[in-house]
Design a protein around this ligand. Structure first.
Ligand SMILES: NC(=O)c1ccc[n+]([C@@H]2O[C@H](COP(=O)([O-])OP(=O)(O)OC[C@H]3O[C@@H](n4cnc5c(N)ncnc54)[C@H](O)[C@@H]3O)[C@@H](O)[C@H]2O)c1
Ligand SMILES: [Zn+2]
Length: 372
């Protein structure tokens, strides 16, 4: 088996490391930075605090970012960067803020709209501003990935853009920043970590380094997610989930995600189910489907994780979602036949082809029917 592993992001991990922004920027010679942040941190005052603690280094804030960031937000952020000639970016927030910053940090060096590259197959230019990524959810792992997932609400399109230019320069991972996540966000983002690890592991693009990372991340999620959900100030659980998130990010960025992420896009776009919860809905279903693939390699993972087989692991995931208040069905949506067909059709996203078992429309239809 041939494989290649690459991880160009410097990772600084630890409680209180948010204070390292100044030192990091000075070390790398970054100047005139823009803080690109989740609106939650504008409201709770952290964005202003960071700006004043980094006076002379950070010179502005862009905070107009919604969950599942829109292409227009990326363009607006890029306009601000061009106008103020910012030299680097600090992204503070979950996947939405980091993904917006990644795309804006590239597109600002062109005269284009990000729409030119979103779901069009057009290759993103490699040039980009340096980015310090500071995650505040334990979820996407976007701080170490070369992916920016954007939504074009006007054209009903959610799709990842992949570019080596999207790797942040540095990830500063401060678990304390995740304490303010409400339980619902902890649950949804935490189950996303499990999806990244499992999908990275069973992807047709799997490879040994990412397999090892995926196993480590899965182990941590099974041990600590429920604790973090039940008590957001459980220091150990928050730290271990932050560790799981970044490690799962490294586990999936090269092998890529598969069927659960493919199905999540229409579930989020059409029915506003948060990203992690949407991925989590189908993860145990696809675990069962993928159990036999490639000489039962998922079975080996399940057994190493302490389960007797894939069925027992899938049951445990189902129960975990129940305990976290995450959905295991779509009953409340009262979907009509036409809507199920639409879900099937839009789930046929490129990520579906990374799944180790070919997923037919009939299989997707049967799966969605089982959720009704
Ligand atoms: N780039 C990647 O590699 C990658 C991977 C997976 C998913 N994604 C994308 O990332 C996005 C989801 O990101 P996410 O799950 O991190 O959520 P998010 O960034 O959309 O944030 C979800 C909600 O939590 C709030 N929030 C975030 N951090 C908080 C904190 N510490 N305290 C209180 N509230 C907080 C936000 O305000 C928001 O309302 C989706 O668009 C998804 O498709 C990207
Ligand atoms: Zn995800």
């Amino acid at each position: 088996m041939d494989w290649e592993y690459l991880q160009p992001v410097t990772i600084r991990f630890g409680n209180g490391t948010i204070k390292d922004i100044r030192m990091t920027a000075e070390e790398y010679g970054y100047q005139n930075g823009l803080l690109v942040c989740d609106s939650f941190f504008l409201q709770n005052g952290l964005a202003e605090t960071i700006l004043s603690e980094n006076e002379g280094i950070l010179t502005g804030i862009y905070g107009d970012i919604s969950p599942n960031p829109d292409v227009t937000e990326v363009d607006a952020c890029a306009d601000m960067i061009r106008k103020n000639k910012h030299g680097f970016l600090v992204a503070l927030g979950g996947g939405s803020s980091m993904d917006c910053a990644k795309a804006a940090g590239s597109i600002c060096l062109t005269n284009d709209s990000i729409r030119k590259y979103h779901g069009t197959g057009e290759t993103m230019p490699m040039e980009h501003l340096p980015l310090i990524a500071v995650p505040t959810t334990a979820g996407t792992g976007s701080e170490v990935t070369c992916v920016s997932v954007l939504t074009d609400h006007e054209n009903g399109k959610k799709s990842p853009i992949v570019s080596n230019g999207f790797y942040p320069s540095i990830a500063i991972i401060d678990p304390e920043l995740t304490y303010s996540m409400p339980p619902k966000v902890t649950a949804s983002t935490g189950i996303d970590v499990l999806c990244h690890a499992l999908e990275g592991y069973w992807s047709v693009g799997h490879q040994p380094v990412c397999d090892a990372l995926a196993f480590h991340a899965c182990q941590l999620v099974f041990r600590y997610l429920k604790r973090a959900y039940l008590n957001g100030e459980d220091r150990e659980a928050r730290e271990k989930m932050a560790e799981a998130s970044v490690i799962a990010g490294m586990a999936f960025t090269l092998p890529k995600t598969t069927a659960s992420h493919a199905c999540s896009f229409p579930l989020t776009n059409l029915y506003h189910i948060p990203h992690g919860e949407a991925c989590g809905l189908t993860i145990d279903y696809f675990a069962r489907i993928n159990a036999e693939a490639e000489n039962k390699r998922l079975e080996k993972m399940a057994v190493k994780l302490g389960f007797s087989d894939v069925e027992e692991m899938a049951d445990a995931i189902h129960d975990l979602k129940e305990d976290l208040g995450l959905r295991n069905d779509l009953k409340d949506l009262n979907l009509a036949e036409e809507q199920v067909k639409e879900l099937v059709q839009i789930s046929r996203h490129p990520n579906l082809y990374n799944n180790p078992v070919d997923i037919t429309d009939e299989m997707l239809y049967e799966m969605y029917e089982s959720f009704l």
